[in-house]
Ligand binder design. Structure first.
Ligand SMILES: [Zn+2]
Length: 75
């Protein structure tokens, strides 16, 4: 039996398609599903964008909905 218990929170990652700015110094990128243009331009520096991939934490749809409902809450 294994006695080592690693209570590390492993965030599940999602492999998504994105468009990212061609300029190496520009950090702009957007999810491909949000882009309707065939060849979008960077919203920041107007350079052409290239297709790429990114790993993002998986979003819990239930949490997202709850968040929208409770957005009027303040400290
Ligand atoms: Zn850019």
């Amino acid at each position: 039996m294994a006695t080592t218990t690693l209570e590390e929170q492993t965030q599940e990652l999602e492999h998504i398609e994105i468009w990212k700015c061609k300029q190496p110094e520009c950090k702009a990128w957007t999810r491909k599903e949000f882009v309707t243009e065939e060849l979008p331009d960077c919203p920041l520096c107007k350079s052409p964008m290239v297709r790429s991939y990114k790993h993002l934490p998986v979003m819990d749809k239930k949490t997202k909905k709850k968040f929208l409902v409770g957005k009027g809450r303040s400290k």
